[in-house]
Ligand binder design. Structure first.
Ligand SMILES: Nc1ncnc2c1ncn2[C@@H]1O[C@H](COP(=O)(O)OP(=O)(O)O)[C@@H](O)[C@H]1O
Ligand SMILES: [Mg+2]
Length: 258
């Protein structure tokens, strides 16, 4: 059974890989032949248009649909190399007095117009948009954490907050994972992160220089990059398949990074 279809990506801490995971998982699901709508809900701080290399094509955004200034399909951008992915950019400025029902209605209309099977909403962390999505739109959440103590604590609190709001299931994605540091005991290992966040794990994305560099130029890393393998594994788990934690990533041995 597929885990969820309308996915909130969040965590209270910034700069920990939320947008990267949202895009990586959206790309991986679309490479599986699934139609995916990726919505940048980080109003005032949009970045997915840059990561996708489509910033010069942005004409309308999420706020234009919300304010009825354009039809949902007018806010869609297609993404080079990902024919099954539809993208809706975030507004350049934050929403003022966001109306939760109207916002969820906007997401629902985008979803309908895109004919997407999966919707992935990238957010900035706690705030009006997250509250609205968790309580009125999403059927599951990916909570992002890194090995940083502050981010682990944030992930735990965010998961509690999201579960209380909407009763939707939360799954943990550990991002920017440095396997060597975990092996050496310098940074938190997997068990410590899972224990401290109290959230079931969906996947682990290793720190990947190729991913970092590709983002600078608005490209996706090659499908053979270790981060791309990690996103493919997460996509497969969302699709209900059983996949080993580091499947396809030869150098990482689960037992050593626990
Ligand atoms: N797996 C990873 N490997 C290497 N760098 C990463 C990885 N995930 C995220 N980053 C980098 O971390 C920074 C923050 O990522 P981003 O996705 O924008 O975080 P957030 O959305 O939480 O603010 C970016 O520079 C991004 O390239
Ligand atoms: Mg972000």
């Amino acid at each position: 059974m597929e885990l969820f279809h309308k996915i909130l990506v969040t965590s209270a801490k910034g700069g920990i890989g939320k947008s990267t995971v949202a895009l990586g998982v959206a790309a991986a699901l679309s490479r599986e032949g699934r139609r995916v709508l990726l919505v940048d809900c980080d109003a005032g701080n949009r970045c997915l248009d840059l990561m996708l290399g489509v910033e010069d094509s942005v004409l309308y955004d999420l706020s234009d649909v919300y304010e009825d200034r354009c039809a949902p399909e007018e806010a869609f951008l297609s993404c080079p190399g990902l024919p099954n992915l539809v993208f809706c950019p975030a507004p350049a400025d934050p929403f003022t007095d966001l109306d939760a029902d109207r916002f969820c209605g906007t997401l629902a209309s985008l979803c309908e117009a895109s004919h997407a099977e999966f919707v992935i909403c990238d957010t900035a962390g706690l705030g009006d948009a997250v509250r609205a999505i968790a309580s009125g739109f999403a059927d599951g959440a990916m909570i992002i954490a890194t090995q940083q103590p502050a981010s682990i604590r944030s992930a735990e609190r965010t998961a509690m907050y999201v579960e209380e709001l909407g009763g939707i299931p939360c799954r943990l994605v550990i991002s920017c994972f440095e396997e060597r540091a975990a092996e050496d005991g310098i940074r938190a290992g997997l068990i410590e992160i899972i224990d401290r966040t109290h959230v079931r794990t969906l996947g682990v994305v290793p720190r990947d220089r190729a991913l970092l560099l590709s983002q600078e130029t608005g490209e996706l890393p090659k499908e053979t990059a270790k981060s791309a393998r990690a996103f493919a594994n997460i996509a497969h788990r969302i699709l209900g398949k059983d996949v080993r934690l580091f499947f396809g990533m030869r150098k990482i041995r689960t037992q050593r990074v626990l």
